[in-house]
Structure formats: structure tokens, C-alpha cells
Design a protein around this ligand. Structure first.
Ligand code: SAM
Length: 278
């Protein structure tokens, strides 16, 4: 396709830099620049914002983010083979792209970013959930980012936006919805990627709320939610008995029947229980 930035089509970039996809790095590339621009638009108005991108690969989404007006993009990529292709994008957008070569799980990007900050990424599946949980669980809220626009396997996306009572409801839903507004904004079939993954994907947009929906200590809430969903088929009085000797009383004090199960509890009830156990 004719490029939005005067750079070669992504198929050419991949061929000329020998970027055969590596499964171990979760490499499923997006090669359609119309699609990457559409994903970038889901992040909202990027003008005046720094954007953190994890795993730019050959740079399809990076190009979308720059073309959609991001003030600066900071891209962290583990696969050194991608660096020359990313350098070409940097040359086409002088002063607007910084690339850090390394593992996103080990690099603190904050020193390289100026607020306001958005995060947008077609995440490597093997580290996507871990990064999301880190971004959702800082001690201080609001976090360093204003929004997250992230590609996940469809099944993970559904777990993030799940409502109580549904099978997908669990730790991710509670952590995400406690302090952010989360919705699925785009669904993509496997064929949108090269090579196509086995499952469908979806883009989730999370907007950080100015403060949590209900008060609770973050660490206590995480403990309660982890224990409750670790044994999601058990009644709460059994699943949570390790958290307090008088757990039945604590559950009742929080307005929860001890015979209920985790997947029936609303966010408000989880927070009430966390306050009771703090
Ligand atoms: N953003 C590109 C796109 O949309 O076509 C590539 C997406 S691909 C699903 C995931 C990318 O993350 C790959 O480029 C891979 O090398 C990179 N990656 C995998 N693990 C990583 C890690 N721990 N830190 C940084 N990048 C990583």
C-alpha cells in the first residue's frame, strides 16, 4: 500500500531486514498500515502525548502512532533484528521516536517519558498479562499513564472487561475495573496478523479513573481477589479461610453471605471485604 510516511510497505521491510517471525517472542505482525492507524486512533487524541509502545517489531503500529500525531513514541523491543527497521522510522520522523533495545519486563521507561502518557501496544502474548497487571497495580493512583490501548488474545480481553456472574470474571476484571474504565474497542481475526495466531484477538482500551471506584487498600484487595479466585468453585468461607480466623464474621460484616462464590461478588463487595480485612 502507499505508505502514510514515505517508508516502504511492511512486507518489504520484513523481507529486506530478514524479520522471519519468532514464536518464542510472540511475534505475530500487523502489516496493514490502515489497520495499525485504526488501532492507534483507539488510543484517542495523541497530539501532545508521549506514547509508550512495547514490542514495536517491524514498526507497523509505531508508524500508525506517529502518523496519528503522537508527540513522541518510546518503543521497547527485545528482538535486536528489528532495530534497523525501527531506525528507518526514526529517520522519517526526526526527534519523535526513541527505541530502547531490551526486555520490557526489566526496563523502567519512566525516565524516558514526559506526561501526559498513553500506552499503546500489540503486546507479545507471553508477557502481555504480566505487563497489564503491573500497570494496573502501582501503589500510587492515578498511575503514570492516562490510557492503555492493548491488543490481547480475545479470551484475555474478555477476562479484562468481564462482569460478575460470568465465566470470564476473575482477578483481571477486578483489578482492571477497580481503577479504570475498560472496554473492548476492536476485534481482529487471526488473518489480520502475519503469521496468523491460532486464536482471535481484540483491542482493549482502559482509561485510568482519577480515583478508585471504591476505597480499598490495594495490597489487601489483591490478596483477597487472588485467594477468592484461586478456589473459585468453593464457597468464600472456605476459599478465604486462610485470610482471617473469623472469616465468616468478616464476610457478613462486609455484607457478603459466606456461602457465596467469588464469581458472584461485585467489585463493591470485594472492596468492602478488603476494607474489613485491612
Ligand atoms: N508491534 C508489532 C506489530 O504490531 O506488528 C509486533 C507485535 S508482536 C505481537 C510482539 C512484539 O514484541 C515482537 O516484536 C517481539 O519481538 C516483542 N517482544 C516480545 N517479548 C518482549 C519483551 N519482553 N520486551 C519487549 N519486546 C518484546
Amino acid at each position: 500500500m502507499s505508505a502514510i510516511d514515505g517508508l516502504p510497505p511492511l512486507r518489504e521491510v520484513i523481507a529486506s531486514h530478514g524479520l522471519s517471525a519468532k514464536k518464542s517472542l510472540g511475534q505475530n505482525f500487523l502489516l496493514d498500515l490502515n489497520l495499525t492507524a485504526k488501532i492507534a486512533r483507539q488510543a484517542g487524541d495523541l497530539s501532545g502525548m508521549d506514547v509508550l509502545e512495547i514490542g514495536p517489531g517491524p514498526g507497523g503500529l509505531t508508524r500508525g502512532l506517529l502518523a496519528e500525531g503522537a508527540r513522541r513514541v518510546l518503543a521497547i523491543e527485545k528482538d535486536e533484528r528489528c532495530l534497523p527497521a525501527l531506525a528507518e522510522i526514526g529517520a522519517a520522523w526526526p526527534g519523535r521516536l526513541e527505541v530502547i533495545s531490551g526486555d520490557a519486563l526489566e526496563i523502567d521507561p519512566l525516565a524516558h517519558l514526559t506526561p501526559p502518557i498513553a500506552i499503546c501496544a500489540n503486546l507479545p502474548y507471553n508477557v502481555g498479562t504480566e505487563l497489564l497487571v503491573r500497570w494496573l497495580t502501582p501503589d500510587i493512583w492515578p498511575p503514570f499513564w492516562q490510557s492503555l490501548t492493548l491488543m490481547f488474545q480475545r479470551e484475555v480481553a474478555e477476562r479484562i472487561v468481564a462482569a460478575p456472574g460470568s465465566k470470564a470474571y476473575g482477578r483481571l476484571a477486578v483489578l482492571a475495573q477497580w481503577r479504570a474504565e475498560a472496554r473492548i474497542v476492536l476485534s481482529l481475526p487471526p488473518g489480520a496478523f502475519t503469521p496468523p495466531p491460532k486464536v482471535a484477538s481484540a483491542v482493549v482500551h482502559l482509561k485510568a479513573l482519577p480515583e478508585p471506584r471504591f476505597p480499598a487498600d490495594r495490597k489487601v484487595l489483591e490478596r483477597v481477589v487472588a485467594a477468592a479466585f484461586n478456589q473459585r468453585r468453593k464457597m468464600l468461607r472456605a476459599a478465604l479461610k486462610g485470610l482471617a480466623p473469623d472469616i465468616e464474621d468478616r464476610l457478613r460484616a462486609a455484607g457478603i453471605e459466606p456461602t457465596e462464590r467469588a464469581e458472584q461478588l461485585s467489585l463493591e463487595q470485594f472492596c468492602a471485604l478488603a476494607r474489613e480485612l485491612a
